[in-house]
Design a protein around this ligand. Structure first.
Ligand code: ATP
Ligand code: MG
Length: 506
């Protein structure tokens, strides 16, 4: 690459620092990404100016942490450029807790600062606006400024070489660096997955040796790294790498239960391989984090529910066990409630059953009521991932297309109590009764009526039905309510149907 393209906002900040007689360098991810011809995620600047001095030069800034980083606000419209972080050169003291340096010391030179960074490819600095090279008085107006790259690079650990050879290698002795901050072991795997790089042999050996240190790391940091890994193009290989290096058993032992567990005739892969391949499909399709996690976890429960010998094994109720295991993993890593809920919902109902001609429109409405119309697209994605990840995809996309067609047909039909032409208050007024469970039961029974036939969603019909229902005893109403709940499971899966047939329902 002959040119270094730097946004004007970034170049301006460097220029201001240099004009105030400080050194300013681009450093870390943005330099690496430019060398790789990738678009940087953010722009980090490092300088010998102390945080207070930086703040003086940039009054519209905030100094919030104790690690020497000042966040400068720019007026850019571009999200990535709204806030630019400027970090004072530092070297780190001892890490007694394996996560935070005991103290942060500011350093004098950029070389010192580079020496505390994790990997050689992340330890290259570029000086943009060296004073001697600046034409006095000249102001740039273009939004991107081109600079010659050659003279201004500081690369004491041969990061350029490793970038060229696609190698992740620690700066300095790997074991020491992992002892300072054990998260770096996961970062190595994540960068490899993100960039399509290999991890240097010595670095890898050190991870194998020091893997146990990961247990010292805060769950939130592990969560964030794992998230980045799952979002990376090489996510599947990355997870295999975590396993190979002994990190997976400490981070997510549940996934390992599927290793070597063979399946039924619809699968050529073990449960472990299948989960990974399902994930890989969602990665290739660039699906959301939630969908990727759900694909990775969808069959977690198979080893625990396996009965009989392959290829005739069964996995009754595995989706419920999978959902429980997924919830445990995600809670343990402190994922947000919205992510946890979404993922376990997708895992829990991924076995929905659909056969052309077998399922009625009312059945499709019940399915929508159960899984939520807003989740349908994601369920279809999981189903595809499941199918492709099995290695022997059956020719069923036609079935899915038909389901989508049916959904389209019924999508305006009422499927939730909110959509009834009579609401709770009106119902109580009409019957002259006070709030009680009875109100909920009647509403549920009305909804069941309407799901069965949307034409029934009319005030008069519902009022008549309400009167009729109110004549029932509490026991009878409750029974109706239970029945409605059960009918919603019609779609839940061949497996559940199978169980019902076998064990309790004719
Ligand atoms: P990206 O932002 O694309 O994920 P990045 O390289 O910018 O990658 P950041 O986590 O944003 O990664 O960190 C910025 C830089 O800070 C890194 O390039 C590296 O030089 C340094 N760094 C970050 N985390 C660590 C760490 N745990 N140990 C040592 N250096 C680190
Ligand atoms: Mg970054």
């Amino acid at each position: 690459m002959s040119k270094l393209e730097i946004p004007k906002e970034v170049a301006d900040i460097c220029k201001k620092l240099e004009e105030a007689d400080f050194e300013a360098y681009l450093v870390g991810g943005c330099v690496r990404d430019i060398l790789l011809n990738r678009e940087p995620k953010d722009w980090d600047i490092t300088t010998n100016a102390k945080p207070e001095q930086v703040q003086k030069i940039f009054p519209d800034s905030a100094y919030e942490n104790k690690f020497g980083t000042v966040a400068v606000k720019t007026r850019s419209e571009n999200e990535k450029l709204k806030i630019i972080e400027i970090t004072t050169f530092r070297i780190e003291g001892k890490y007694t807790d394996k996560r935070h340096p005991d103290e942060v010391k500011f350093a004098k030179t950029v070389e010192e600062d580079l020496s505390r960074r994790d990997f050689t490819i992340n330890a290259i600095a570029v000086r943009v606006n060296g004073k001697s090279k600046m034409e006095k008085g000249k102001t740039e107006t273009k939004s991107i400024i081109h600079y010659p790259l050659s003279i201004e690079l500081t690369d004491p650990f041969d990061g350029q070489e490793d970038t060229k050879n696609k190698i992740i290698k620690t700066v300095g002795k790997s074991s020491d660096r992992f002892n300072e901050d054990a998260l770096r072991m996961m970062r190595a795997v994540r960068f490899a997955a993100e960039l399509g790089f290999d991890i240097d042999k010595k670095t890898e050996d050190a991870i194998t040796k020091e893997a146990g240190l990961i247990e010292m790391i805060a769950k939130e940091r592990i969560r964030d790294e794992f998230t980045k890994l799952v979002m990376a193009p090489g996510a599947m290989k990355g997870i295999e790498k975590l396993e190979e290096l002994g990190l997976l058993k400490l981070i997510m032992p549940e996934l390992r239960e599927g290793i070597g567990v063979t399946q039924d005739k619809h699968h050529i892969y073990t449960v472990w391989e299948h989960n990974l391949r399902a994930l890989d499909y969602t990665v290739k399709k660039n699906y959301s984090l939630e969908v990727r996690l759900a694909a990775l976890f969808h069959d977690l429960g198979k080893p625990k529910t396996k009965a009989g010998k392959s290829p005739n094994s069964t996995f009754y109720n595995h989706e419920m066990v999978s959902a429980k295991m997924a919830a445990k993993i995600l809670d343990r890593l402190h994922f947000s409630n919205s992510i946890v809920e979404k993922v376990i919902h997708l895992v829990r109902y991924h076995m929905f059953y659909y056969n052309v001609g077998e399922v009625t429109e009312a059945g499709v409405r019940r399915f929508l009521a159960r899984v939520g119309p807003e989740n349908i697209d994601d369920f279809i994605k999981i189903r595809e991932a499941d199918r492709i990840g099995s290695g022997v995809p059956k020719a069923v996309p036609y079935k899915l297309r038909h389901l989508l067609f049916m959904i389209d047909k019924v999508k305006r039909d009422p499927i939730s109590p909110k959509m009834l032409k009579i609401n709770g208050n009106e119902l109580m007024e009409f019957l002259k009764i006070n709030p009680s469970p009875r109100v909920g039961w009647i509403l549920a029974a009305l909804l069941e009526e309407v799901i069965e036939d949307p034409k029934r969603n009319e005030k008069e019909y519902l009022e008549n039905k309400t009167k009729e229902l109110n004549g029932l005893s509490e026991k009878e109403l409750q029974r109706l309510f239970e029945k409605a709940r059960e009918s919603k499971t019609e779609f839940e899966g061949e497996i559940e149907k199978e169980i019902k047939r076998k064990y309790y329902i004719k």
